[in-house]
Every structure is written in structure tokens, then in C-alpha cells.
Ligand binder design. Structure first.
Ligand SMILES: [Zn+2]
Length: 487
């Protein structure tokens, strides 16, 4: 009930002009100091660095799963919703974080620690609530004229961290250090209020999206207990940025008791993503042993995700034939899944059976035309095999289906480069940079493209028109960043 009233209030206030900061209610999301546009500018600036960090996970199976889970949760939130970009960071540290401007990062370590999908959904719902309530933006409120300097410091810390040799998500560490620094400036109590609000709204989102709300409580409870018993090496980063208290847990438990219990089985995509992450972490021999023992425990049915994990671990250990043998046991009939076909084709290619691999890809794409792993895998294989014409035909078709997929343009650029088409190479690379939010790099590529000699007149004038368009966008972005001292 409280939540409903609070939402109604937030909706009313949203219609008032921005300066009408009369209501002290924490639930009023419209009194944040930064405008939507300013938040977006900061978010884009930070994400530009995050996306090129080696720790940024671009495996489509992992990232698409987390995106679809995030969007399902977001769809269960009360309007007005805002678009949120969900991404995964390769890092064993247990963490999840919201960045200003609508971006949520989830560490692989956190995904692996969750015991079921409701736990993962619980953490994500909590982060979504932080964004929808604009807590990040409000943290800067009360910082007076220093707020913009803090933002600039945060952005700069992130950029500087890229220079360091440690690849283990220096980016997120910097983002967290920046956020902690802000919290340390006397905002901790305020933040506890934020936490309570994020818990409350997060639980509602979780329940409405069809997950067991107990997942959120059990995960936070486990984190708090483990932290007390010193089971983590140092406090998990997550607890540094999200103060977790006994009161918070008790509060959540009280709320959950009033909600209907739900027994929702984990989605296969969750189990698959977790098996893949596990198979790719630690040492390959250790994971082979792990998955073999998991499979041995089940006497009746070999769980598909465990067999899939085993096959990935075997591939890592370069035991391709053995990996193939295991994988083939789950590729048929009801078990079929595009992830298995992607792996099967990779194993064939690794063993020098490229034509067979192309066949596997083509057959699988007939059943799953939008499965990104299959598209990327086939395009790469075709380029590597010198079949660039086929690669370009495939990529043209897929770009028409999904014009926002940066990776498709990157592959296009590689294919053009292989054929010696430098205009095409730079133009495609520019489109890839543009979709990754890097306007300056996109402009550079287009400038290179216009300098290619002997280009077709029509192609050249198209390139010049695109260059003018992106230059003017870049100018606007720079002005907006300058106004925020993000320079
Ligand atoms: Zn929090």
C-alpha cells in the first residue's frame, strides 16, 4: 500500500517543473539535481570507457541472458520506466553496480555465487530500483557546487584506471571508489535510506516479474553472514557500496512474509549461463573434474547444462575430440539448443573440419536465425577461411535484421579489410564505434574512409554525408560534456 501511494506521489511530482523541490519525501524521483540529459551525458562518457575494458563481457550467451532477465524485471516496474543497459563484467569479486544514466553492471563472480535465478534477479531488481529512483543523481545533491567536480573525478578515475596493467575490471573498481568517496562525504545515512527504498521497490519488481521474492532476502542474508564470518577475502565490494544491516534483512523478511510464496524453476538460460561461466573460470582441469563429478552424481539423466559445461572445459583443455563426444550426447531431439550447435561448430573448426563447421552453422541458423553466437561464429569462420563474399552476404542480411548490433559492423569491417576494400572497412568500423558510443573514433574512421583513393563517387558522397552528421553530433556531445566538466 505504502508503495502505491509513494508511486502516485512520484508521478504527480514528475509533472511539476524541475525547480519545485518542495517535497522532502525520498520517493520523489524528480528532485534529483541532474537532468535526464545530463545523466545520460555522464553515463555515456563512463560507458565509453567501460565497453572497451577487457573485463567487459561481450559473449552473447552471457550478456544476452543478463539483458533479457534485466528487461523482464524492468518491465515489471511501475512507470515511468527508463531504459537501462545491462552488462556483465568478468570479475570474481562479488559485485553489482548501477552507473548514473541507466547502466547496470553485474560481475561474473556474483552470478556464480547465486544459488538460483531468483537470487540473481533479486540483486538486479535492487539495482534497477536504485536507477529508477535516481539515487545516483541524488547522491550528488547536497554536494553543492562540488557535485560536478565529483562527477568529473569519477569519470577521470575510470579513464585513468584503463592505463593500469591489472585487467580485472579496473573500471568497476574505479567506479566504486568514486562512488564510495562520495558516500564518505557524510552521505552514508542518506544512503541507508536509499538502500531501504531499493529493497522495497526491488521486492515488488521481483514479485511482479514472477520470481520468488525470497531470493533477494536469502542472497543478502547469505552475504551478510559470510561477511561476518569473514568468509570473503575482505568485504565484498558489493557491501562497500550497499550498506547491509541486520535491520535491512529484517525489514525485507517482514515484507516477504506478506507476499505469496512462489516456486519458480530456474530458466534453462540461467543454468546455461552459469555453467558456461564456471567452465570458463579457474583452471580447465579443475572444472573438468567438477563437471564430471556433478554428472556422475546424477544417475538417471545427465543434466544438459553440466554436460555443456564439461564440453567447454574440455575445449579449454584442447581435448576437442572428447569435448565433441560429450556434447553430441545432448545435441539431439528435445535437448537441442543453439548454444550446443555453436559449440559443436567451434569444435569442428578447431579440429580442422571447417566445411563441416560451416554446415553445422548454416543448419543451426535455419532453426535459430537470430542467435548471435551462431551468426558471429559463422561470419568469423568464413572470413578466416577466405570466403569473404559469403561472410559479407551473411552480415548484410543480419545488419538488416538488427541495425544496432555493433559486433556485426566489426565483422563487416574485418571482411572488407580482407578483400582490400578500405572504404568499406573504415565505414563499417565507424558504424561499430558509433554503436558503442564512441563518436570521436567513429569520426576518425570516416575521415580515413573519405581519404581512400579511387572510391566510387556515390559511396564517397554517402560517406561524406555520414561524416558531417556524426561531426555535428560529436560537437553537441563535447559541449554537453564540457558543461559538466567531463572534458
Ligand atoms: Zn543498494
Amino acid at each position: 500500500m505504502l508503495i502505491r501511494r509513494f508511486v502516485a506521489l512520484a508521478l504527480c511530482v514528475a509533472l511539476l517543473p524541475a525547480h519545485a523541490q518542495v517535497l522532502p519525501d525520498l520517493g520523489d524521483a524528480s528532485d534529483a539535481v541532474l537532468s535526464d540529459k545530463q545523466e545520460k551525458t555522464i553515463g555515456n562518457r563512463v560507458m565509453r570507457e567501460v565497453r572497451i575494458d577487457p573485463a567487459f563481457v561481450d559473449d552473447p550467451e552471457i550478456s544476452d541472458y543478463v539483458k533479457s532477465l534485466g528487461n523482464r524485471l524492468l518491465g515489471a516496474a511501475d512507470p515511468p520506466r527508463r531504459p537501462i543497459e545491462f552488462f556483465v563484467v568478468q570479475d570474481d569479486a562479488i559485485n553489482a553496480f548501477a552507473l548514473i544514466g541507466g547502466h547496470i553492471g553485474i560481475h561474473t563472480g556474483l552470478i556464480l555465487l547465486t544459488r538460483d535465478e531468483a537470487e540473481l534477479a533479486g540483486v538486479m531488481a535492487h539495482e534497477i530500483a536504485h536507477i529508477l529512483q535516481r539515487h545516483q543523481s541524488r547522491l550528488y545533491q547536497g554536494q553543492g557546487k562540488y557535485q560536478l567536480a565529483s562527477l568529473a573525478a569519477l569519470a577521470l578515475a575510470i579513464i585513468a584506471s584503463r592505463g593500469s596493467s591489472s585487467q580485472s575490471s579496473a573500471v568497476t573498481e574505479a567506479a566504486i571508489t568514486g562512488a564510495s568517496a562520495i558516500m564518505m562525504q557524510g552521505q552514508l545515512d542518506y544512503t541507508r535510506e536509499h538502500e531501504r527504498e531499493a529493497d522495497r521497490i526491488g521486492l515488488t519488481i521481483l514479485e511482479r516479474a514472477g520470481y520468488d521474492p525470497r531470493g533477494m532476502v536469502s542472497f543478502f542474508e547469505r552475504m551478510l553472514r559470510a561477511n561476518r564470518l569473514n568468509e570473503f577475502k575482505g568485504a565484498p565490494s558489493y557491501l562497500r557500496t550497499h550498506p547491509l544491516t541486520v535491520e535491512r534483512i529484517a525489514d525485507m523478511q517482514g515484507r516477504v512474509e506478506r507476499m505469496a510464496p512462489r516456486l519458480v524453476p530456474d530458466s534453462f538460460e540461467y543454468r546455461l549461463a552459469r555453467a558456461k561461466l564456471r567452465a570458463l573460470s579457474g583452471s580447465a582441469p579443475a572444472q573438468i573434474t567438477y563437471f564430471r563429478s556433478q554428472i556422475a552424481e546424477r544417475t538417471v539423466v545427465r543434466p544438459r547444462e553440466e554436460v555443456y559445461g564439461l564440453a567447454i572445459a574440455l575445449k579449454r583443455a584442447r581435448e576437442f575430440a572428447e569435448a565433441e563426444k560429450e556434447l553430441n550426447t545432448i545435441r539431439t531431439g528435445e535437448n537441442a539448443h543453439p548454444a550446443f550447435e555453436w559449440l559443436a561448430a567451434q569444435l569442428q573448426a578447431e579440429q580442422g573440419r571447417r566445411d563441416a563447421a560451416v554446415e553445422t552453422y548454416r543448419a543451426a541458423l535455419k532453426s535459430y536465425p537470430g542467435y548471435r553466437g551462431l551468426v558471429y561464429g559463422l561470419a568469423e569462420l568464413l572470413v578466416d577461411s577466405g570466403r569473404t563474399r559469403e561472410a559479407l552476404a551473411l552480415l548484410d542480411e543480419k545488419v538488416r535484421d538488427d541495425p544496432e548490433d555493433a559486433k556485426l559492423y566489426e565483422l563487416q569491417s574485418r571482411a572488407y579489410a580482407a578483400t582490400g576494400n578500405r572504404l568499406g572497412q573504415h565505414r563499417a568500423q565507424a558504424e561499430a564505434y558509433f554503436r558503442r558510443g564512441n563518436l570521436a573514433a567513429a569520426v576518425d574512421q570516416l575521415e580515413l574512409a573519405t581519404k581512400v583513393r579511387g572510391s566510387d563517387y556515390y559511396e564517397l558522397s554517402m560517406t561524406e554525408a555520414r561524416l558531417r552528421e556524426l561531426r555535428s553530433q560529436l560537437r553537441l556531445e563535447r559541449e554537453a560534456e564540457k558543461a559538466l566538466k567531463l572534458g
